[in-house]
Design a binder for this molecule. Structure first.
Ligand SMILES: [Zn+2]
Length: 337
């Protein structure tokens, strides 16, 4: 019997499409553990796992990929190692950085699916906004005490921000707002993260196989024994719908291992390259996203620039406007650290 023989008996299952697929999983906590584990076992060809955090003791009751010996080590690296054992056919890359520094916009754009397994409002707003920038579908999950939500955001439909109040959306704008302070820490358990993580994974598999899935948001409630579709409308005033026009993106041979000085070769004198996250070491009151303010010989990766990032170029003077530079893939694949 072959590894995937039982899959072949499922109507609508397409093992070859799964093997050819790249899925980005943002957040490798309890939910990300469960979802990534199911995707790897299903035979997804390439998983890109992004999480800046280390394994802590409270993860051990909910995250099947972590062991007590892993405490203090990066979640993404540990999860990648365990998943490689579970599914040798899956190529897994770990990014041990915050989303904006871990996964570049060109990587999100070229992924077959992006799955959000995040537990902070600010991180989910940021992921939703970055998916909108490059027009890629986002499958987002979240848990509550006895259930949770699975939401599919298509590029032209409502986004995560559409369902939020202006005050909640502003969570991204306050650099001092610790994510956990915005959303108070809630109860969480392995059975519930397994439930919602599996719902995410089965939805992802159907999407990757080209099978139909329910649009919008599904609210799962184990206490009431229900799964209820909830309508979310696209809010025309939502500020998270900016799309990068493909014709304004210029591919450059430089990578995240290049330097700000390397990038100036591609700029006109009145142009300046920006980053998406504040440069490290800049004072909170004078945060800079101008690469011209960074050490010219520093590696972009060390400045928080993600692999295959698409960086905005601001023009000043008479030709006021914006265009973009797309970084190439670095020779050595994987994490910048
Ligand atoms: Zn929106």
């Amino acid at each position: 019997m072959g590894r995937f023989d039982r899959h072949a008996l499922i109507a609508g299952w397409d093992q070859q499409r799964l093997a050819a697929a790249t899925v980005v999983v943002c957040g490798v906590g309890a939910l990300g553990n469960q979802c990534a584990q199911a995707l790897a076992l299903a035979g997804v060809g390439r998983l890109l796992l992004c999480d800046p955090d280390d394994v802590s003791e409270s993860n051990l009751s909910r995250a099947p990929l972590f062991r007590a010996d892993d405490i203090g080590r990066p979640k993404a690296t540990i999860a990648a190692r365990r998943l490689t054992e579970l599914s040798p056919v899956t190529r897994i890359e770990a990014r041990t950085a915050p989303l904006v520094s871990g996964v570049g916009l060109a990587e999100l754009r070229d992924a077959d699916l992006v799955v959000g397994c995040l537990d902070s409002l600010a991180a989910r707003i940021q992921l939703s906004g970055r998916c909108q920038l490059v027009g890629v579908a986002l499958l987002d999950g979240g848990t509550s005490a006895w259930g949770g939500e699975v939401r599919l955001y298509e590029p032209t439909g409502p986004c995560f921000g559409c369902g939020l109040s202006a005050r909640d959306r502003a969570a991204q704008d306050d650099p001092w707002a610790c994510a956990d302070a915005v959303v108070p820490e809630a109860g969480a358990s392995a059975p519930v993260s397994a439930l919602v993580g599996s719902w995410l994974a089965v939805t992802a598999v159907r999407l990757l196989c080209g099978a139909a899935v329910a649009p919008g948001l599904i609210r799962v409630d184990a206490a009431g024994g229900t799964a209820t579709p909830v309508t979310v409308r696209r809010d025309p005033d939502c500020p998270l719908h900016t799309r990068i026009p493909a014709d304004l993106v210029a591919a450059v041979p430089d990578t995240a291992l290049s330097t700000p000085a390397d990038l100036t070769d591609h700029l006109a004198p009145e142009e300046t390259v920006m980053t998406w996250a504040p440069l490290p070491g800049s004072a909170p009151t004078r945060e800079s996203t101008r690469l011209a303010d960074a050490p010219p010989r520093a590696r972009l990766a060390d400045l928080g620039v993600a692999p295959r990032e698409i960086l905005p170029v601001r023009m000043t003077g008479r030709t006021r406007g914006i265009r973009y530079l797309e970084l190439a893939e670095a020779g050595g694949k994987g994490t910048p650290r």
